[in-house]
Design a protein around this ligand. Structure first.
Ligand SMILES: *Cc1c(COP(=O)(O)O)cnc(C)c1O
Length: 394
């Protein structure tokens, strides 16, 4: 285990590892720091190639020194969308992870660390996928979990979460308002607050997406990454992870341009990016079909904006209409079923190509973060009476 300490992402103040942490004293996310020289000794292209292909193989750059709480976190494939975008448009399909979303990466790590730190009860607000993953890994670890969802959370997530034995509540507010209640309970000692970026380890699980990308692309990062941005854990995590990979000598200094994708009905990062602000104001009356990115206020706002700007990327908003069209187009043209948040990312790529931000031939990775089968789709079938049916008319 190469963790040296934790560090406030705003002030740089140091915190000791080895005990539970939420936000820093400045109220900002904590980042895990490693002895990268020590990691370099054993984390090599050759050693990695010989390891089981799952997120735990990056152990020199992960915080746990205990057995992982695992449900089989596979390396997710990169799939080319030839008809949609040509040979260089790739999707990293995170929908194949346990619980059908990439929240599994973060929660596998967070629950592993919680168990190591002897935490027994955890809670979080969620728009769906994170709650399901917390409940599943919590069940695996024998922990009690409490999950509070906004009313528009997809029913399938609510039902799945309850199936794992979590206490699930559907509330009459947005995710940040649910989060305030979770925070209150944590302050009263009822549970540990596992909200996005309010504990330091979900980010460490999610950064592995960036590690996998580097290895899968022959240790050369793509020209651009399009990421559906709610709390931004994955985007911030990958950006941190790329520096770690460079420090241990696995990649060079090339970085992708990072595109943070949001829905027009909830686009606080896009507004802040356009205004040149360091922090993002809360987005009121948030509404979009892409519930995973319906996050009106993100505690890591400045980290998202920083990564986007440092990388020469952008924050892009797309309409629900463009999202749903992108989902249908990719399914029909390339046989790939995006979740709505993944549809947002494809719609944003199209918009970026249209505006000349991204070249059509550039190597681009889109993130599809949940399994498309979880979400309602329009029914385009026709009714058939078998007694009257003529096959040649079908
Ligand atoms: C949570 C979620 C997102 C947003 O992820 P963040 O890293 O929190 O920004 C995107 N898509 C899906 C399907 C999600 O569940």
């Amino acid at each position: 285990m190469n963790v040296t300490h934790l560090e406030c992402s705003l002030t740089g103040e140091r915190y000791e590892s080895g005990r539970p942490h939420n936000l820093s004293r400045a109220g900002k996310p904590l980042l895990v720091r490693y002895d990268l020289e020590a990691a370099k000794g054993t984390l090599t292209r050759e050693s990695l190639a010989a390891r089981e292909p799952n997120m735990w193989k990056w152990r020199e750059l992960l915080p746990n020194d205990s057995e992982p709480v695992s449900l089989g976190e596979i390396e997710t494939p990169l799939i080319r969308l030839q008809r949609t975008g040509g040979a260089n448009l790739l999707v990293k399909d995170e929908g194949r992870l346990p619980t059908g979303s990439f929240k599994a990466r973060g929660l596998a790590m967070a629950v592993t660390m919680a168990k190591q730190l002897r935490i027994e009860r955890m809670a979080m607000p969620t728009n769906g996928n994170a709650g399901a993953a917390l409940a599943a890994y919590g069940a695996r670890a024998g922990m009690e979990t409490t999950v509070i969802c906004p009313a528009e959370t997809p029913e399938i997530n609510i039902i799945e979460t309850a199936a794992y034995g979590a206490r699930v509540y559907v509330a009459d507010g947005q995710i940040d308002e649910c989060g305030a209640l979770v925070g209150k309970g944590a302050a009263e000692g009822l549970w540990f607050d596992c909200s996005t970026l309010k504990e330091p380890y979900r980010l460490e699980g999610k950064k592995v997406m960036g590690f996998e990308l580097a290895e899968q692309l022959g240790w050369e990062l793509p020209d651009a990454i399009f990421y559906p941005t709610g709390g931004g854990t994955g985007l911030i995590g990958m950006w941190k992870g790329f520096d770690e990979l460079e420090a241990v000598g696995l990649i060079g200094s090339k970085r992708p341009r990072m595109y943070a994708v949001q829905a027009e009905g909830c686009a606080p990062m896009v507004r802040a990016f356009d205004r040149g602000d360091e922090f993002a104001e809360r987005w009121d009356n948030a509404a979009t079909v892409a519930t995973g990115i319906r996050v009106p206020k993100a505690v890591g706002d400045f980290l998202i904006l920083r990564a986007v700007r440092e990388s020469n990327g952008a924050a892009i908003a797309v309409s629900d209409e463009a999202i749903l069209k992108a989902v249908e187009d990719a399914a029909r043209d390339d046989g790939f079923l995006f979740c709505p948040e993944g549809g947002a990312v494809l719609a944003a790529w199209r918009k970026a190509v249209g505006e000349g931000l991204v070249g059509r031939d550039e190597r681009v990775v889109l993130f599809n973060c949940a399994n498309g089968n979880k979400y309602p789709l329009p029914d385009r079938s026709k009714r058939l009476k078998l007694g009257e049916a003529r096959p040649e008319a079908l």
